[in-house]
Design a protein around this ligand. Structure first.
Ligand SMILES: [Mg+2]
Length: 184
């Protein structure tokens, strides 16, 4: 349970593929400081098997220093990724992050009929009115509109380019927003 003190900090909803794993980086421009890992998380293997396909290890590039940067931003961190609870097993330890709460998606990991990112309703429900920043490579005007009308508190939807992952400008913007939305 969050303490009263922790409740005063905004949440940071964290995507993995895109912000932490710059999957769209091209080899000549692979971001510096990243290590490449090969992973076979059980839920991915199960999905591939259900589709009658072989599961090849996923290539995941991570920058170990990002864990400490994220912890220092002034947020309560929450996984908001298709990795689900597996982020705590496969991603967090490589970044030096403690186990984090996880936004669950239920069965539906497909775009909604109106084209809204499937995560959006769940993220808003999970935040339950608390100020939150959301870091993801799939944010568009649709998600901004939905959050604007369904979330009563402040929110920062921060798009990250999946060719680069989180960069200094992103950390600076997130730190600034946390400072503005942390209340005694
Ligand atoms: Mg992503």
């Amino acid at each position: 349970m969050a303490t009263d003190e922790a409740r005063q900090r905004p949440l940071l909803m964290l995507d993995v593929d895109g912000p932490l794993n710059p999957f769209a980086a091209r080899r000549p421009r692979r971001p510096r400081g990243y290590r490449t890992h090969r992973m076979l998380p059980p839920s991915y293997v199960a999905r591939r098997e259900a589709a009658g396909r072989e599961a090849h290890p996923l290539r995941v590039r991570l920058k170990a220093a990002h864990g400490e940067r994220l912890l220092g931003l002034g947020y309560d961190l929450v996984w908001a990724t298709t990795w689900g609870a597996e982020a705590n097993e496969y991603i967090g330890p490589l970044l030096g992050l403690p186990r984090l709460p996880v936004v669950e998606w239920g069965e539906k990991i497909v775009p909604e009929l109106d084209g809204l990112l499937f995560k959006t309703r769940h993220v808003v429900a999970w935040a339950a009115g608390r100020p939150f920043a959301w870091v993801d490579d799939a944010l568009t005007a649709k998600e901004r509109r939905f959050v604007g009308t369904h979330h009563p508190g402040p929110a920062l939807l921060h798009h990250v380019d999946p060719r680069h992952g989180l960069r200094e400008d992103d950390f600076a913007a997130l730190a600034r927003w946390a400072e503005e939305h942390t209340h005694a």
